[in-house]
Design a protein around this ligand. Sequence first.
Ligand SMILES: [Ca+2]
Length: 230
Amino acid sequence: MAILIAFAGCGRVGFDDMQADAGAVSSADGARRTYLFEDGFEGTLAPWNPLNNAVVDSGPPAPIEGAGVLRAQAAPATSARAEVMLPRSVGPGADLFVRGYFYLPSGFSITDLSLLEIVQPGTENLVVITSPELGLFTTIDNMGGASSYVPPRDVWLCIETRIRIADAPIGAVEISVDGVLQFQTSGIDTFAGGINKLTTGVTWAGAAQPDSVVYVDDVIADDVERIGCR
Ligand SMILES: [Ca+2]
């Protein structure tokens, strides 16, 4: 407890400015970084497993990377998503970064659409949600929040999520789109055993959410530094 108080007493529980390291796709020596996890839905869905109607597709939309994307199509009150276990669990004290490209086609209204779940044992989730404002729901505290930002339709969006993994009040989350911070929260509990799984697509469509389609490409997760956008 003394350590937690000391941290809080430093005055800043959130993160450094994400803009400072914008575009940090390569390491300092220019070499391609090796990430904890990286997949662009090329060829087969593996290493992901599908839940309901989630398949590799050639588009349209044209893939942001390679020749394939994830296409997830869901009816109300259901999921259509790809699920993958990370190579190892990422625990407290670390920052986990998840970068993915998302395409929300027009043609249906968005009221309650979850795009990405960052998962810990016991199916405790940190969920990136659009309702249609971009925000976060966490099952760890059963709380959520939204920004005033509504993601545009019919374009690829680089969505970056940064989790400071810790018990309250040290846990924090930031969500950026195309390099611009759109949502942040701090003082929350983000640790429930360690992040060891991702799911993406339509991870959940609310009961009032019309039939929906989401495309996803080029998903990267790492616990070293911000991944950046292409
Ligand atoms: Ca791809």
